[in-house]
Design a binder for this molecule. Structure first.
Ligand code: GDP
Ligand code: MG
Length: 182
């Protein structure tokens, strides 16, 4: 099939610094990921040796009819103009929340609010670093996100593990199908 006749789905992966966004896209993309990681110059430097300042980009082919383009946002609020740009035209998004960094749950909540002010496309919340000894429980994270009725879809995943990343994307695609059918 000619490339131009394929359907393209645009999915955004967002979340705070260290959540696993870049790893998520590298784990699942079939093309070499274009990333914009740079050596941090600020407080992020204490957390990571490289942090995403513009975006990550990856791609997956589903059958011969569909491409999924995956865009990863920067985690830092000061790059929120990129969050705004990347969410435009997205069909859905994954909000990654690192269970071992309780301080970043508020940031995740801010990102969710930011996205919900701009789009009402489906999203799933992916809890990463749940394998960390200090990881918060799912219920505590839901409280931190102020999702008291647990109305969002939650998936616990490890961004380094392909089956886990695939399951997260499938959950999102399932929701997309449901909204398209409705
Ligand atoms: N143990 C563990 N490490 C993870 C998990 N998800 C991501 N990581 C690691 O967390 C670090 C930060 O990931 P990165 O993709 O750079 O985060 P980003 O800032 O959201 O792009 C990397 O060393 C990843 O390998 C997870 O679920 N468990
Ligand atoms: Mg990154």
């Amino acid at each position: 099939m000619r490339e131009s006749t394929r359907n393209i789905l645009k999915i955004v992966v967002t979340g705070p610094v260290g959540a696993g966004k870049t790893t998520f896209i590298r784990t699942i993309s079939e093309i070499e990921v274009i990333d914009t990681d740079r050596k941090p110059t600020d407080e992020t430097a204490q957390m990571k040796s490289g942090t995403t300042v513009a975006m990550d980009f990856g791609r997956i082919t589903l059958g011969d009819e569909m491409w999924v383009q995956i865009y990863g946002t920067p985690g830092q609020q000061r790059f929120d103009f990129m969050w705004d740009l990347l969410i435009q035209g997205a069909h859905g998004y994954v909000l990654l929340v690192p269970a071992h960094l309780p301080g970043s749950i508020r940031e995740a909540r801010n990102i969710r609010t930011f996205m919900q002010q701009r789009t009402n496309v489906p999203f799933v919340v992916g809890i990463t670093h749940a394998d960390h000894p200090d990881a918060w429980d799912l219920e505590d994270i839901q409280m931190g996100l102020e999702d008291y009725q647990a109305t969002a879809s939650y998936i616990v995943l490890n961004a380094n593990e392909r089956p886990s990343v695939a399951e997260t994307l499938l959950a999102l695609l399932g929701q997309l199908q449901a909204t398209m059918a409705a």
